[in-house]
Design a protein around this ligand. Structure first.
Ligand SMILES: Nc1ncnc2c1ncn2[C@@H]1O[C@H](COP(=O)(O)OP(=O)(O)O)[C@@H](O)[C@H]1O
Ligand SMILES: O=c1ccn([C@@H]2O[C@H](COP(=O)(O)OP(=O)(O)O)[C@@H](O)[C@H]2O)c(=O)[nH]1
Length: 257
């Protein structure tokens, strides 16, 4: 069992000092789902069982009045950097990666709607007839009316990641927190997948992540949240109930603020 560095949490998550949902610590969250999380037990693609479980957990948040924006990754299908390493033009690879996020978003919307959770997909790249083009004011209107909004196609630009897109959209929609769902249960002093003796942080500052180059999120994304004072919580999406627990104020994962 890895050690935990237990620093006293600063009461600076926006949910502590601004409006909240009734039972929730937060009124509006931006949830980042990595593409790989959608693969589940499979080797490639999207596991419908994982989507159904995520829909259930997201439905629990909607049920207690939390407004949920989602940025979904595409790494389960394509990553620009990997395609480039195999010989493809980088920008073309990134375009394929962004299109992959749209496919994941459509699958996520389908799962949410099968669970009777109203949801919409918006894309940073115009895709008339398939999904709506991203528009911040419309997104906020949908969120306010209780719809889950899935933001796809990342930032719409090559050389970025969906972590950066999550931080960008989180800031734009004035979320209380960006919640990064991943396969590890927080931020460690080194990659816990590679180093079993890695030590987990309870909380740490943006500058500590940057100075130590902690790889849980890309550093462009961390600079963005630091400059806009947006807290980020990293937690383990494979742990049932963790998302709801975090949103009602439980100690899950690691807080970066
Ligand atoms: N210091 C660290 N703390 C936690 N996870 C880390 C750290 N450094 C690297 N990682 C890796 O970052 C991954 C989380 O990022 P994520 O975006 O979900 O995955 P990926 O980059 O593969 O899409 C974890 O699976 C973990 O292996
Ligand atoms: O703003 C963005 C977001 C994503 N991507 C591309 O889309 C791929 C999939 O996104 P990401 O790797 O962030 O997905 P995740 O790791 O979350 O599954 C990336 O590798 C990039 O090639 C991009 O070009 N611009």
């Amino acid at each position: 069992m890895p050690e935990v560095i237990d620093r006293t949490s600063k009461p600076s998550e926006r949910g502590d000092k601004s409006e909240r949902g009734d039972k929730s610590k937060y009124k509006r969250i931006l949830l980042k789902l990595s593409g790989e999380a959608l693969t589940g037990e499979q080797e490639f693609g999207i596991d419908p069982k994982v989507l159904d479980r995520m829909a259930l957990e997201i439905g629990q948040l909607v049920g207690i009045g939390v407004q949920v924006g989602i940025v979904v990754g595409g790494g389960n299908l394509f990553r620009g950097a990997a395609l480039h390493a195999a010989g493809m033009d980088r920008v073309t690879g990134d375009h394929m990666g962004m299109l992959a996020t749209v496919m994941n978003a459509l699958a996520m919307r389908d799962a949410l709607e099968r669970s009777n959770i109203r949801s919409r997909v918006m894309s940073a790249i115009p895709m008339s007839g398939v999904v709506e083009h991203y528009d911040r004011r419309s997104a906020i209107r949908y969120l306010t009316s209780g719809d889950v909004v899935i933001f796809s196609a990342g930032t719409g630009n090559p050389f970025f990641t969906t972590d950066s897109a999550a931080c960008l959209r989180g800031i734009e929609i004035d979320a209380n927190v960006v919640v990064k769902a991943t396969k590890v249960d927080g931020v460690y002093d080194k990659d816990p997948v590679k180093y079993p003796d890695a030590i987990k942080y309870e909380s740490l500052s943006y500058d500590e992540v940057l100075d130590q180059k902690l790889g849980v999120m890309d550093l462009t994304a961390i600079c963005l949240v630091r400059d806009h004072d947006m807290p980020v919580r990293v937690f383990d999406m494979t742990k049932p109930g963790a998302l709801l627990n975090l949103v009602v104020g439980g100690r899950e994962g690691t807080l970066i603020d």
